[in-house]
Ligand binder design. Structure first.
Ligand code: URP
Ligand code: ZN
Ligand code: ZN
Ligand code: ZN
Length: 485
């Protein structure tokens, strides 16, 4: 019973504890946590450094068809390699239904895109539901949820993706019946459309006007509406990529009422501002066009507070990889397109963990335990991967990060392993980076990417396990009288 691998002298961090131990690993799982374990077949000396669970990036876009001529620069090969090099060992990208198409087809197509020779780390799928027909709601979705696709994202904006409130209610009711997790992209579509029209009529087309077309209140309004729809149906929801204090207030208000409303935020809302979209008419700012847009210093502070005080449950990257050069990324609509024609999204799957460890943990804005909760444990629970993923515990997969903390790292795109030609964090000075990433006991990063593409496994997701809720009913009450309230 010699361990395949023993990691010596780890300062192990979970969502609740920090403890000094050796970690014994066999067959890709953690089998022993203890002191002075007998020699393993292989040994790694953590030398007292922090060891955290491998990151779960539960909001990434890889090789997702866009329908507007732009192409995502990262597929499962480059996306998962980049993830591993940044300490992330589980990815959850999106299988997106085409309007008029079947959800089953979307999932099967996405499995073909994931391939069998691409993924370096493990992955599950969320689905994006764009067309909740009776066949989707009554037949496809219940089966897919059963088969391991237990979460899906709904859009309240983007013409090609959005649902109206009534369609959202249909999907929420289904999620309640089947115990699935619904993620919502909350922005008021009509407000964006109206403001965009005003800006274009005034000739204001530079990247920075993307932010002007999406002021904070349009996110606040949609978030409030999403919360109300979820309250009506009495079902948990998670609001994705929350950018500002106004929306955080809505989430806190809902949580204060006892509603299971969860929030996700992303690095761009901590480290970028609307000034990142440029001050003049330069197209350079298109690199930071994403939705919701980065806000201001006050919003950044509000997001830090929400991370520290528990309002947020998940910190993901929303990695949306579009190249700046060439004609199939940010410039798919010409060399100098208007803000409204620029593909939305910024890359960040590799920088997510180090940004939060360096600027959050090292600067004492959050504890190491909170870091683990935000980058791994809560996503594992919400998306039905816990306790296999998201913890350092006997029986869990040996997905681990050993952290270098003495290191000074200047972020450059050159050091990253994605296939995008820029990083919004170019030049940032960080005080931490993963020294080593292990996926199921196998080293996938030790200063270079390691391991064979294709070793990453598809993960079937169980039903959500909700943090803070009673595990016996997994946070769902049996049919409360919907019509009494
Ligand atoms: O601008 C963004 N966030 N693009 C990615 C797609 C999405 O809405 O998450
Ligand atoms: Zn020791
Ligand atoms: Zn979104
Ligand atoms: Zn996204």
């Amino acid at each position: 019973q010699t361990h395949d691998l023993v990691i010596r002298h780890a300062r192990a961090v979970t969502a609740s504890d920090i403890f000094h131990c050796d970690i014994g690993i066999s067959d890709g799982r953690i089998t022993t946590l203890g002191q002075r374990l007998p020699a393993g077949t292989q040994e790694i000396d953590a030398a007292g450094r922090f060891v955290t669970p491998g990151g779960i990036d539960s909001h990434v876009h890889l090789d997702q068809p866009t329908g507007d001529g732009s192409v995502m620069a990262d597929d499962f090969a480059s996306g998962s390699r980049s993830a591993a090099c940044g300490g992330t060992t589980t990815l959850i990208p999106f299988a997106c239904q085409q309007k008029g198409g079947s959800l089953r087809d979307a999932v099967e197509d996405y499995h073909r895109r994931a391939g069998t020779d691409k993924a370096l780390v493990d992955y599950a799928f969320h689905m994006i539901i764009t067309d909740p027909t009776p066949a989707v709601l009554n037949e496809e979705l219940p089966r897919l949820i059963q088969e391991g696709y237990s979460s899906f994202k709904l859009y309240m904006s983007y013409a090609a993706l959005m649902l109206n409130d009534r369609q959202i209610l249909d999907v929420l009711a289904l999620a309640r019946r089947e115990h699935a997790m619904v993620m919502l992209h909350a922005e008021n579509h009509d407000c964006i459309g109206w403001l965009t029209e005003q800006l274009l009529a005034a000739g204001l087309t530079a990247p920075r006007f993307h932010a002007a077309s999406r002021p904070r209140l349009i996110e606040r309004e949609a978030a409030h509406r999403a919360i109300s729809l979820a309250e009506l149906v009495d079902v948990p929801i998670l609001l994705v990529h929350v950018s500002a204090g106004e929306t955080i207030e809505q989430i806190r208000w809902a949580q204060g009422k006892g509603l299971n409303v969860y929030g996700e935020t992303c690095p761009q809302y901590l480290f970028l501002t609307r000034e990142s979209l440029g001050l003049g008419d330069d197209f350079e700012g298109a690199k930071c066009i994403c939705s919701p847009p980065p806000r201001d210093k006050g919003s950044q502070e509000a997001v830090w507070r929400g991370l520290a005080n528990g309002t947020f449950s998940v910190f993901s990257s929303d990695h949306a990889p579009f190249r700046f050069a060439g004609a199939d990324g940010k410039r798919a609509h010409g060399d100098n397109p208007g803000f409204h024609q620029v593909a939305n999204g910024i890359p960040g799957v590799e920088t997510r963990m180090a940004l939060l460890w360096s600027e959050g943990v090292c600067r004492r804005r959050i504890t190491p335990q909170r870091f683990v909760e935000l980058t791994a444990t809560n996503a594992a629970k919400l998306y039905g991967l816990y306790p296999r993923k998201g913890s350092i515990a006997v029986g869990a997969d040996a997905d681990l990060v050993i952290w270098d903390q003495d290191k000074k790292v200047t972020v450059t795109n050159e050091m990253l392993h994605h296939n995008v030609d820029y990083t919004p964090y170019e030049g940032m000075e960080l005080s931490a980076w993963p020294a080593m990433t292990l996926s199921r006991g196998e080293v996938v990063w030790d200063g270079s990417p390691r391991g064979t593409p294709g070793r990453g496994q598809f993960l079937r997701c169980d039903r959500p396990l909700l943090p803070g809720a009673d595990d016996s009913d997994r946070g769902y009450t049996d049919y409360a009288p919907l019509f009494d309230r």
